[in-house]
Write a protein that binds this ligand. Structure first.
Ligand code: GDG
Length: 487
């Protein structure tokens, strides 16, 4: 089908906590090392594959984000690569500690992932959150041009849209929330002043996006309860403006993962894994985080080994945990619990020629990752909560051979779109054990049927459809705002 493009006069300014690359000083020049992660992958696809994008912006994508470098290091440097031009935000380390480690990661992250007992409520965290959002605001203000479209990302920047709106009433501003928006009973745990600031902050945008309809509903209830605005069909009327709230399930560059199946390096990693491991392979990859359900997953695998002795020696569980935040005591404790549980299960069930769990604490290259996706018989993705989870979508997209079984937590946003997966409750080890057995024994024709259905959906709604959907809403809402101004 012929692709239609809409050319926009302005530039796209992404504002996210982090820049999309690390900036490394090398003698007299700087080197940019691409970060990974859901948002970077999504926007990178948009930048790299402009022929697939429905919207084309003036100039390359501008990215405002925090960097660990000092202003002196970057003085006079043009920080850009073929995809992005970076506008670094410098946050003093103590402020960043209270803002990012504190308010974002010790309060918002656990609350939004339904771990209220881990949340720390400290006034200095909130004050720092406001101060840091102000620094992002100042950077955007310094670079903003008349037709630019601003797209603010995630829970680190919830009050930025309102700061921008106050100074730039006519700019298009979008906001996207990448983690679960919690039910009101959780959200109301925040002190009143904070709740009001966060909700009003987000309402500074023209379009506020979430991954699922549930998150949209929870947000609309929070808006009603905290600041008293109702909505009509997800439009919130603020008298001077309208805000559209909707679900935009983030996706992946489907073709990139599907085509990677035949990449030479991927083929080599796949055949290495198949030749060196057992008849069947189970695979998982996650960042080290309590929301990922890693210990429950191991308990589920143990239960499977207890229930199914006929599978001993015939299956390996390759569990990759990507290092994250491991300077923090709680994460070190979690890692040590995982290390011990893996050791215990391997000691209990392993044989001289068979190790049930192959556990590695490192990240993989893209080729290794897809090599493992396509070598495995079962992908075991069992977060306790996850805004969306892109790993499961990548797994499905990469299976050009139409084989493989996805076991997926009902608590991942992606479960709403991938109903043909074996859906489990992530804390129920019996449920996980049963799904593993079912997955390993699933006939090929059933695997194919399920894969085809899921692939069809992902192919249709890929990352380009995601951005297209979001920007289409931004343009539609502008027309609505225009009508409102005429009254
Ligand atoms: C937030 C939300 C939501 C991971 N390990 C390796 C690797 N990855 C890549 C995956 C995937 C991405 O990182 C992780 O995807 P997530 O969906 O977990 O995204 P996050 O950015 O961590 O999290 C989440 C997402 O935002 C998007 O809105 O889905 O719920 O928490 O792309 O492939 N890539 C490589 N090696 C690894 O070891 N190359």
């Amino acid at each position: 089908m012929e692709q239609t493009h809409k050319k926009l006069e302005g530039r796209l300014i992404i504002v996210a906590y982090r820049l999309p690359f690390k900036i490394v000083q090398e003698n007299d020049h700087i080197q940019l090392i691409q970060n990974s992660g859901g948002l970077v992958s999504a926007v990178l696809s948009l930048a790299q594959s402009q022929q697939n994008a429905h919207f084309q912006f003036a100039d390359k994508i501008q990215w405002v984000g925090y960097t660990e470098n000092t202003p002196e290091e970057l003085e006079g440097q043009n920080i850009e690569n073929e995809n992005f031009r970076a506008h670094p935000v410098f946050i003093p380390s103590e402020l960043n500690e209270h803002y990012y480690e504190g308010f974002c990661n010790d309060l918002l992250w656990p609350l939004c992932h339904y771990f209220p007992s881990l949340a720390k409520f400290e006034d200095k965290y909130f004050d720092s959150y406001q101060a840091a959002n102000q620094l992002f605001f100042e950077k955007v203000r310094a670079i903003l041009q008349p037709n630019d479209v601003i797209w603010v990302q995630d829970y680190q920047l919830m009050i930025l849209p309102e700061l921008l709106r106050q100074e730039f009433p006519d700019h298009k501003i979008g906001f996207f929330f990448h983690i679960p928006f919690p039910s009101f009973e959780i959200f109301r745990l925040l002190p009143t002043r904070w709740r009001i600031a966060l909700i009003n902050g987000m309402l500074g945008a023209d379009v506020v996006g979430f991954h699922t309809n549930d998150y949209v509903e929870y947000f609309l209830k929070a808006v009603r309860m905290v600041v008293g605005h109702g909505n009509k069909l997800h439009y919130i009327n603020l008298s001077s403006r309208i805000v559209k709230v909707d679900a935009f399930p983030i996706s992946i560059d489907y073709q990139k993962f599907n085509q990677a199946f035949d990449d030479m390096e991927v083929v080599r990693y796949r055949s290495d894994a198949r030749h060196s491991l057992t008849e069947k392979i189970i695979f998982s990859v996650d960042r080290l985080d309590y929301s990922k359900g890693l210990l429950y997953r191991l308990h589920g695998f143990q239960r499977f080994l207890e229930n199914c002795p006929e599978w001993h020696g015939k299956v390996s569980f390759v569990m990759i945990v990507v290092p994250s935040r491991d300077q923090i005591e709680q994460y070190q404790q979690m890692k040590s619990d995982i290390d011990q549980t893996v050791g215990r299960i391997n000691a209990l069930f392993g044989k001289i020629n068979w190790q049930p769990i192959i556990y590695q604490y490192r990240s993989l290259s893209f080729e290794e990752l897809v090599g493992m996706y396509t070598a495995s018989d079962v992908a075991l993705i069992t977060p306790i909560r996850d805004g969306m989870n892109l790993v499961c979508k990548e797994y499905v997209a990469s299976r050009k051979d139409l084989r493989g079984v996805l076991i997926l937590s009902e608590m991942a946003g992606a479960a709403a779109e991938l109903g043909e997966a074996l859906i489990i409750n992530p804390t129920d080890s019996q449920d996980i054990a049963y799904a593993i057995k079912k997955g390993l024994e699933m006939p090929l024709d059933e695997q194919t049927k399920r894969m085809l259905a899921m692939q069809g959906r992902l192919k249709e709604y890929d990352v380009f459809a995601w951005t297209n959907d979001f920007f289409t809403q931004m343009i539609m809402i502008e027309q609505e705002q225009e009508k409102l101004r005429q009254y």
